[in-house]
Design a protein around this ligand. Structure first.
Ligand code: PAF
Length: 280
């Protein structure tokens, strides 16, 4: 068998997992491909935790609220497999849409409440319903002991933790620190769409977050928001939102709380980039 082993069908994936299982622990790293350093960190951590590591590569149409965003999402399966090859005997699951959502598939419904209507939820309506749908489906297929997600998608991690808690799913969710390029820009599949100049421009996002962290508690939340808005405003980027939120409810706050979180979304050369930092 070639490494990594690539499965496109649920049945064949489950057969191999079942055959190899024999009380072995399974870790799942859900991805949409266009893998980068951040994903590789998730894979390495998955190997530390489990005997079998499944990396799903599936661009989930249900979580895109704009057709153009879905069409432009970078696709590079051969390169992805080459990167994974270096990490060991990864089991890749690369299904078609019809395999994940077969005809008559009844998607699980979950009321995500206010954590899913702010920030990403406000600017990408329905996004988290799509994320929850696919992640739940992947959990049903793989039955992992662990599932690993990057903390760059802080709100997504909160939503997935709610899914697991509310649906009583037996999986341990592990959030992994954001991996950054040397400029500080958070590693992201969307960075593949940036030119070299845009990559440099986009470094202002992390600079602004770090400035916010340095000024936190010395300033009011309103002053800090203005500071970041001005930093991004005087760069070539367009600010979609910068929110200072309670780390659990994800609602905007006016006064500092323990582990106050700042989340940001910007557009750089037509590419949407998100990041976050813990301020206190
Ligand atoms: O974070 C992502 O890449 C996606 O939202 C995920 C978790 C793989 C679901 O499609």
């Amino acid at each position: 068998m070639t490494i990594p082993s690539v499965f496109t069908k649920v049945d064949s994936l489950q057969r191999v997992l079942h055959a190899r299982n024999d009380n072995k622990k399974i870790a799942l790293v859900p991805t949409m491909g266009a893998l980068h350093h951040g994903h590789m960190e998730l894979v390495r951590r998955a190997f530390e935790l489990a005997d079998l590591v499944v990396v799903s590569i599936f661009i989930n149409p249900k979580q895109f609220n704009k057709e153009e965003d879905l069409e432009k999402y970078p696709k590079m399966l051969e390169k992805d497999l080459e990167l994974l090859r270096k990490e060991g005997d990864v089991i890749v699951f690369n299904p078609e849409v019809s395999e994940i959502y077969p005809k008559n598939y009844e998607a699980m419904k979950l009321d995500l409440g206010p954590i899913a209507t702010t920030m990403e939820g406000e600017f990408r309506p329905g996004h988290f319903d799509g994320v929850v749908m696919v992640v739940n489906r992947l959990f049903e297929i793989v039955l992992p002991d662990y599932a690993l997600f990057g903390l760059k998608d802080f709100q997504q991690l909160t939503v997935i933790n709610k899914l697991v808690k509310d649906k009583n799913i037996s999986v341990e969710i592990i959030g992994i620190e954001t991996v950054r390029e040397t400029s500080g820009l958070a590693s992201s599949s969307r960075n593949y769409r940036l030119s070299a100049d845009q990559m440099e421009d986009a470094a202002v996002i992390y600079k602004a977050l770090q400035t916010a962290k340095n000024e936190a508690e010395k300033s009011s939340i309103a002053e800090l928001k203005l500071l970041v808005e001005n930093m991004i405003g005087s760069s070539p980027l367009e600010l979609e939102y910068f929110e200072i939120v309670d780390p659990v409810s994800l609602q905007s706050i006016d006064n500092w709380v323990e582990n106050t979180q700042a989340c940001i979304a910007c557009i750089c050369g037509g590419v949407r980039l998100i990041d976050n930092i813990q301020l206190t």
